[in-house]
Design a protein around this ligand. Structure first.
Ligand code: TXA
Ligand code: MG
Length: 325
């Protein structure tokens, strides 16, 4: 398996593979997605099998345009506002499914709601256009591991399980989309992500519920431990050991074996962009005993960055426990 640049011949080949029920990995502006024809049950089943994803965890359906979303889901007033303002872009909306639905129930894990998003990345858009229908796509990593922001992350994680990997151009955001549930009475944040929550609240003119207990019940995927690196993570460190790799933010602590700085200038967008790539790089090293992470402010994209770091620290602890059993 090699990587395919997004030239027209490859995009058409990828669209044809999707029609034939195969899996194609492609970049979006957030992370790489593992795509299948959203209307083919067997193709969508392959996604779950390739990722080792539990069947209770539904997929995001990617559409080329808002009109395509409208055919699958009911867009209320708030959804219309957010769609007009932020699509195409790193926002996923959970909406009531339009019935009767062409989506096989496996896509939504049997729920009455569907997660939809219109991506911005040119390769994702070219593929959606050439394919001509909605594409179901979770992040292109094995369930529970780090999300891929580079094509070679997908290659290493899933190479034997995808028919084709489209590579590039580079991903801009680097964090998964922000997920807002609009299927109930009030908007609820299900996952902090690449679109700042403050921008969404400003657009809607109201606060968004961030109740963890609500979102855990409402978004099955958020129950899972995610992003487990192999090495242990220490968060909000004030000092670093000479055997550790340092993930710095702002002015870097001294004394680590190796340092990657998410953003010397404390720019959260830059930090989000680098987060998974740097975690992958540190996690691949055999000459360090752990990853120390400097603190990152809890606002804007920092909310999503800290969420992923906490999950990575938890996930790494579980991997470690399993190894010791
Ligand atoms: O940026 C992204 O969102 C990337 C790119 C490829 O678009 N996709 C992505 O998909 O991160 P995935 O499968 O890794 O995460 C989707 C999350 C899961 O936590 C899942 O539980 C939740 O969305 N989800 C999907 N459908 C849902 C629904 N109907 N109700 C609640 N949560 C849903
Ligand atoms: Mg994922």
């Amino acid at each position: 398996m090699s990587l395919f640049p997004p030239i027209i011949e490859n995009i058409q080949k990828a669209a044809q593979l999707l029609r034939e029920g195969e899996l194609v990995a492609f970049p979006t502006e957030t992370v790489y997605g593992l795509g299948a024809d959203a209307f083919q049950e067997e193709a969508c089943q392959k996604i779950y099998a390739a990722k080792g994803r539990p069947s209770f965890n539904p997929l995001i359906v990617h559409c080329l345009e808002n009109a395509q979303v409208d055919a699958l889901a009911v867009l209320g007033q708030d959804a219309q506002k957010l769609a007009e303002t932020f699509w195409p872009g790193p926002l996923t909306l959970v909406l009531k499914k339009r019935e009767p639905s062409l989506l096989p129930s496996i896509v939504t894990a049997g729920l009455e709601t569907v997660a939809v998003r219109v991506p911005l990345h040119p390769t994702a858009r070219a593929l959606l256009k050439a394919f001509g229908g909605p594409i179901a796509a979770p992040s292109a990593n094995r369930s529970g591991f780090l999300s891929p922001t580079l094509a070679h992350h997908v290659l290493e994680d899933l190479h034997s399980k995808v028919a084709m990997i489209l590579e590039g151009p580079p991903i801009e955001v680097g964090l998964e989309s922000t997920i807002i549930d609009l299927s109930g009475d009030a908007p609820i944040l299900l996952r902090a992500g690449g679109l700042e929550i403050e921008k969404i609240e400003e657009c809607l003119g109201q606060k968004i519920l961030m109740n963890q207990t609500v979102s855990k019940i409402k978004s099955p995927g958020q129950l899972l431990k995610h992003y487990a690196p192999h090495l242990p993570l220490r968060l909000n460190v004030q000092d670093v050991d000479s055997q550790e790799g340092l993930l710095a933010f702002g002015s870097a602590l001294s004394g680590s074996k190796v340092t990657f700085n998410l953003s010397e200038t404390e720019n959260l967008e830059e930090a989000a962009h680098h987060l998974f790539a740097f975690l992958h790089l540190l996690d691949e090293r055999s000459d360090i005993t752990g990853i120390a992470v400097q603190s990152i402010p809890e606002h804007g994209l920092g909310i999503a960055i800290n969420d992923r770091l906490r999950r990575a620290a938890e996930g790494a602890r579980d991997v470690d426990l399993l190894k010791r059993l």
